[in-house]
Design a protein around this ligand. Structure first.
Ligand SMILES: [Zn+2]
Length: 191
């Protein structure tokens, strides 16, 4: 099996909304990759999160990009302890505004009630991505939503550490880079 850039680069870990927010990815050295323009990335993203648009054609790129901007803005605000503005809330609710119905499901884990789409179209997919942010805000610790402190990276992540002190997406890359930078600056000051 070919390794795909989706899993290798750290997608698919937290929630669909985090992946979409990070799909415009800065590599830490100022290089930008827009994964939304990569059909394989998009297909893996949808499959990983069990999102099944009826058709893989007619991808509403503009809507996805709009949602990405909204999610990114939300993450940047929440990461510094802010809250969402009325505009963001209204835009999120607009994305969520697609008809669904409830369905009782029984499997090896017991019973659960699921929301299923009236129509499995792209609007439903977009609503599911927006809903994943809504669910996180409503059920998990908002303070754990962070943006990597490396200004050339800005990767959105969920801080799992007990003390909630994680500053970088990865200590070995961005964290290390910051340490090296600090050490160099300190050396310069001494010289
Ligand atoms: Zn980073």
């Amino acid at each position: 099996m070919k390794t795909d850039i989706f899993h290798v680069t750290g997608f698919g870990k937290v929630a669909p909304w985090v992946d979409l927010a990070n799909s415009k990815e800065w590599n830490g050295f100022g290089k930008l990759t827009d994964h939304l323009t990569n059909p394989r990335w998009l297909a893996t993203f949808l499959k990983h999160w069990n999102l099944h648009p009826l058709s893989s054609k007619d991808i509403p790129r503009r809507k996805l990009v709009q949602l990405r901007i909204l999610l990114r803005r939300a993450a940047e605000k929440l990461a510094v302890g802010g809250s969402l503005g009325a505009r963001e809330l209204s835009n999120l609710n607009q994305a969520l505004n697609v008809p669904g119905r409830q369905k009782l499901v029984q499997d090896q884990n017991g019973f659960r009630v699921e929301m299923v789409p009236v129509q499995s179209d792209w609007s439903w997919v977009i609503a599911q991505i927006a809903a994943s942010l809504g669910e996180m805000l409503a059920t998990r610790e908002v303070e754990r939503i962070k943006v990597c402190a490396n200004p050339d990276c800005r990767w959105v992540f969920y801080d799992p550490t007990k003390a909630r002190t994680k500053r970088w997406c990865h200590d070995r890359t961005c964290g290390n880079r910051a340490r090296v930078r600090r050490a160099r600056a300190a050396q310069k000051r001494k010289a």
